[in-house]
Write a protein that binds this ligand. Structure first.
Ligand SMILES: [Zn+2]
Length: 303
């Protein structure tokens, strides 16, 4: 088994697969994982892990990639791609896929609330889903920080922003897909099942890829101001009584309002209320951003 994990650390980063997800599969925490792969990287994984089963369907994102279900069970891999092929957008279908991908029951049930079978927009409303998760959390565990995991949260209408986001973040020390412990959307940021899963994956990373683990933890355990899917700021700083005191902004950078972004770079303290985001340099107010609604700019204090 040891050998499998070591091999994964060498092989998987050469592909589009997230190492943490692959660890979830190897350690039997995930029955199936689902990835978009090109023919070369697919054969690289197949050659190195001959004991795994692969089932394919077309990727709706990118015509050059196959969407591949990988599992230790041939049956489960096949069921997953058949479910995707039916193009059934029903809640039952999402539920089954969630179970196959090893997502916690509580998080699956929570996510189903956002699926309106006639209207796809709701389930991609990152700002609303994130704000609701915050409201149902007592504290925010970095194990449940899925803000940098975009694959399950993006739809076609936001693809252009993803390209902009990627070009703003070309010099990251690890690939953007790797800033996560969870591949699902947690029901809250202190979800018990998600935290437990995150801890197990972290343990494996500490053992087999310690540098990657350090970078992930150091990025996910920070205060954040969140506006939308690609619109957020991660800070080096701390929160006290609802106020953020910070030294600087950290990568990955979000695509936020440019005047606000300049003010944040000059300032060192931020307060947010129902109507505005207020940036201070020491005690003088240097900029006020008027919020479009309650969830347009709020703090997430991950620890
Ligand atoms: Zn949950």
């Amino acid at each position: 088994m040891d050998n499998q994990f070591t091999k994964a650390v060498n092989i998987i980063p050469q592909t589009r697969t997230v190492l943490q997800e692959f660890f979830g599969l190897l350690s039997d925490k995930k029955p199936v994982i689902l990835i978009g792969l090109d023919p070369e990287t697919l054969s690289l994984i197949k050659t190195n892990f001959p004991e795994l089963y692969f089932s394919y369907t077309k990727s709706c994102y990118n015509p050059k990639l196959a969407l591949v279900a990988i599992s230790k069970s041939k049956l489960l891999a096949t069921i997953t791609t058949s479910l995707l092929d039916t193009k059934m957008q029903s809640k039952d279908c999402y539920k089954l896929i969630g179970i196959l991908l090893g997502y916690p029951q509580c998080c699956i049930e929570n996510f189903l609330k956002y699926i309106d079978e006639d209207n796809d927009e709701n389930r991609y409303n990152a700002s609303k889903i994130t704000y609701d998760s915050l409201k149902s959390s007592k504290k925010l565990s970095y194990y449940c920080n899925n803000l940098l995991n975009f694959s399950t949260r993006i739809n076609d209408s936001k693809k252009d922003n993803f390209s902009k986001f990627l070009s703003l973040n070309q010099n990251l020390s690890i690939k953007i897909e790797n800033f996560q412990y969870l591949s699902h959307i947690p029901c809250s940021y202190d979800c018990k099942e998600s935290t437990k899963y995150g801890k197990e994956i972290e343990k494996l990373l500490k053992k087999y890829a310690p540098e990657v683990q350090k970078t992930i933890q150091s990025t996910l355990s920070r205060p954040v101001i969140y506006f939308d899917l690609f619109e957020f700021v991660i800070f080096e700083g701390h929160m006290s009584k609802g106020v953020l005191y910070y030294q600087k902004v950290l990568q990955p950078y979000g695509l936020i309002n440019s005047t606000l972004s300049k003010a944040i770079k000059k300032g060192n303290k931020i307060e947010i209320d129902g109507k505005s985001v207020n940036v201070y340099k020491d005690d003088s107010l240097i900029f006020t951003y008027k919020k479009k609604n309650e969830s347009d700019g709020f703090f997430l204090d991950f620890k």
